[in-house]
Design a protein around this ligand. Structure first.
Ligand code: GLA
Length: 339
């Protein structure tokens, strides 16, 4: 029996920058998805999603499409096959503690755990992790219909314990930045509003960013000239302003972490949230309530994490503060691995 774990992620800062050639600073968390796999006779995969009490069965050689969690399993099997990895029929069991729609990248956790488990089953050497992240991203885009960027997959596959991962999406340069809390606490609070990347605002924002790129004649928005962006019509102008200011906040956050200036880190979380709410229009009332509750409880800073339009809020608390009982502490953990 092979067991593999794919972590969820919290993005400390740098939201909606991945598909805009910008920068982000995620870390992997200790919650995620565990996949157990064992060889089975015949050329079929049977998969069970334990938390949902659902199953799926398909031929390794011809997975075909499906909806929901099944799309990720079939997509990973198909994409590994297309990458030349051969594995036998197998029985898969999936369980996790990152609820889908909670904004903590449950689907990337699933993809990373599946890849790690199936590569071990095949006895294949692991490809470069950035390449593996791209493969997982294809699953997301082409099999699950979500036009997400590479943030979640790189976080699940490349993060390091006690560090955040600075990603420059224009170059895919990665840098591990020490995230030392020294008693400070990070916690997430689920807003209760579930969101899906395949529907709703996420794909709409991507389309707006594409339009802004075409109008400005740039390859991605991080390359936009702020003065030219200021001449765009209202919503597009605000989208670009978010991306450019968020990139700067990522750099400022790296500086704050290196200086262990947690008050500044908190202010940057607040500023990121304000920008996502006011310039990117990515908030919803439930998320605003969660932010207000965390701030009221004494958070030094709080912001929505992930795609927005629901999901979780991240907050930073000083050492002496008590985090609300329904918030959960998070700390930077290791990337996907065999257990
Ligand atoms: C989701 C997507 C990521 C990224 C974030 C927003 O988590 O999966 O690719 O775009 O939203 O930063």
């Amino acid at each position: 029996m092979i067991r593999a774990f794919g972590p969820g992620r919290v993005n400390l800062i740098g939201e909606h920058t991945d598909y805009n050639g910008g920068r982000a600073l995620p870390f992997a968390i200790d919650r995620g998805v565990t996949v157990e796999v064992e060889r089975a006779p015949g050329g079929a995969i049977s998969a069970a999603a334990r938390d949902l009490d659902e199953t799926d069965e398909f031929a390794v050689a011809q997975p075909g499409g499906a909806d929901g969690w099944r799309a990720f399993v079939r997509g990973v099997v198909a994409e590994l096959g297309a990458a030349g990895i051969e594995f036998p029929g197998a029985r898969l069991s999936i369980s996790g503690d990152v609820p889908p729609g909670s904004g903590l990248a449950s689907s990337a956790a699933l993809e990373a755990a599946l890849c790690t488990a199936l590569l071990a089953l095949a006895g294949a050497p692991e490809p470069d992790r950035v390449e593996l992240a791209r493969l997982c991203s294809r699953v997301e885009n082409e099999w699950a219909g979500a036009q997400t960027g590479l943030l979640d997959q790189l976080a699940a596959l490349c993060c390091r314990e006690d560090h955040a991962l600075r990603i420059d999406f224009a170059t895919l340069e990665l840098a591990h930045v020490p995230l030392e809390l020294r008693g400070w606490q990070l916690a997430t609070l689920d807003s209760g509003a579930e969101r899906s990347h395949a529907t709703g605002g996420y794909n709409e924002r991507r389309a707006e960013c594409r339009t802004a790129c075409e109008t400005l004649g740039v390859e991605h928005l991080s390359a936009a000239d702020p003065a030219a962006a200021d001449r765009l019509p209202g919503p597009l102008r605000r989208r670009v302003r978010h991306v450019l200011s968020e990139n700067e906040r990522v750099d400022a956050m790296v500086d704050a972490l290196l200086a262990h200036d947690m008050q500044s880190a908190g202010r940057l979380l607040d500023a990121s949230h304000a920008s996502l709410r006011d310039d990117y229009d990515a908030s919803v009332p439930e998320v605003e309530d969660a932010v207000a509750r965390l701030k009221h409880a004494g958070a030094a800073g709080a912001r929505m994490v992930g795609g927005g339009f629901g999901g979780s809020v991240l907050a930073l608390f000083a050492p002496e503060a008590a985090i609300p009982s329904d918030a959960r502490a998070v700390a930077p953990g290791p990337a996907a691995r065999r257990l």
